[in-house]
Design a protein around this ligand. Sequence first.
Ligand SMILES: O=c1nc2n(C[C@H](O)[C@H](O)[C@H](O)CO)c3cc(O)ccc3cc-2c(=O)[nH]1
Ligand SMILES: C[C@H]1O[C@@H](n2cnc3c(N)ncnc32)[C@H](O)[C@@H]1O
Ligand code: SF4
Length: 380
Amino acid sequence: MISVSEAISYEFVTGPDLYALCQQAAKIRDAHWGKQLTYSKKVFIPLTNMCRDACGYCTFVQGPDSPYANYMSPAEVFKTAYEGQQLACKEALFSLGERPEERHQKARELLNNLGYRSTLDYLHDQCENVLLNTSLLPHVNAGALSFAELKQLKPVAASMGMMLETVSNDLLKKGQAHYACPDKTPKRRLDTIEQAGKLDIAFTTGLLIGIGESWQDRIHSLLAIRERHLTYGHIQEVIIQNFRAKEGTLMAAYQEPDLEDMKRTIAVARLLLPAQISIQAPPNLEQEYGCYINAGINDFGGISPLTKDFINPERAWPQISSVAQACQGLGYSLAERLTIYDRFYQQQETYLTPDLAHRVALLAGQSAYPKSHQSGGVLA
Ligand SMILES: O=c1nc2n(C[C@H](O)[C@H](O)[C@H](O)CO)c3cc(O)ccc3cc-2c(=O)[nH]1
Ligand SMILES: C[C@H]1O[C@@H](n2cnc3c(N)ncnc32)[C@H](O)[C@@H]1O
Ligand code: SF4
C-alpha cells in the first residue's frame, strides 16, 4: 500500500501512463479478488424524494411545490420488496432525501399523515416492514447520520452507506455543487463514516467524480476513507461514481468526466486503498463500463431486474447477462453477492444481530455467495 506522503506527491495525473497504472491496479485486484467480479441483485426503494439539501447535480429531489414530492407508503414499500423477492432479488436499497421535515412544511404534513415526525423513524420502521414480510436484506443509504441514528438503524439493516463524494470545502460556495447543502459538508460526511466505524457497521462509501473537485481533492478523499478504515476496519466498498449532467439542474451544462478520468481514478483508488476494500463502479452510468474492469474494479454494485436507478432514471440497467458477457470477454466471471460482503458475515457477532446473521445465512444458501478471498487484517 502506498504511503500518505507518496500518495500526495505521486503524480497520478501527469506521471505514470494510464495503461501502466491500470495494469498495476488490475494486478492487485487479481491477487486479492481473483478472476471474479460481483454484483448485488436489488430493488430500489426511494422512501422519500424530498430533502433539505439542494445539490447542484440532483434530479432525484423534489421541492415542496412539485406534484411528485412524496413518501412511499408502507404498502408501496412492501409491494416493491415483495416483487423483487419474486425476481430473486436479495437486497432492498433504501435511498432517500435527507431530513426534509427540517426544511419543508409539506414533508412534515406527509410524515404526519403516515404517523411519524421524523423521516429516520419512518425509515427504521420500513426496514422492519421489509424484514418482517420478505426475505430481502435492507441496505440504508440515507446520507449523513449521527451516532444515535446509525445505532438505531443497525438492527434493521445488513449494511449501510453514504457517499463521501469529496473532502473539498470549496464546493460549498455559492454556484458550486454543494451550495446550500448542510448534509454535504466534508465534516458531517467524514463524521458519519467515523461513527459507523465505532458502531461496527459494514459500510459503503465513495467518491462522486467530476463535480468540481480537483485531483488533489480525490486523493485526499481516498486517504480520508483509508485512514478511517485503518482505525475501524468497517469499509466494505468504495464506489467511484461519475457525475452525469441532468437537464433542469444547476450543473446541466457542466462537463461530465470522461472514461479516461474514471479509469485513472479507479486505478488510483485500487492502489491507495487496502486490497480488502471492494472497488465498485456502476455499469449504467457509462456505455463502456467493461473498461472499468481493466482499471481494477471488482464489483458493479446493485443491479435491478425490477426498479430503475431512481437517482439516474434515464440510465437503464444493462442486462445482467450483458455484464456477464463483458466480464467473460476479459477472462472474468460474474457472480451474485449479498449487500453485506462475506468478510463481515464471517464476523457476524460484531457486524450483525443474530436475526440478521440468520437471514444472511439463508440467502447465502440461495446464491453462489462469494467467500472472502484472503484472510488477513485490515492492512491486507
Ligand atoms: O442504483 C444505485 N445504487 C447506489 N447504491 C447502491 C449500491 O449500488 C449497492 O446496492 C450496494 O453496493 C450494496 O452493497 C449506493 C449505495 C450506497 O451505500 C451509497 C451510494 C450509492 C449510490 C447508488 C446510486 O447512485 N444508484
Ligand atoms: C446516491 C448518490 O448518488 C449520487 N448522485 C446524485 N446525483 C447524481 C448525478 N447527477 N450523477 C451521478 N451521481 C449522482 C450522489 O453522490 C448520492 O450520494
Ligand atoms: S443528492 Fe441526496 S442530499 Fe443531494 S439533493 Fe439529492 S437527495 Fe438531497
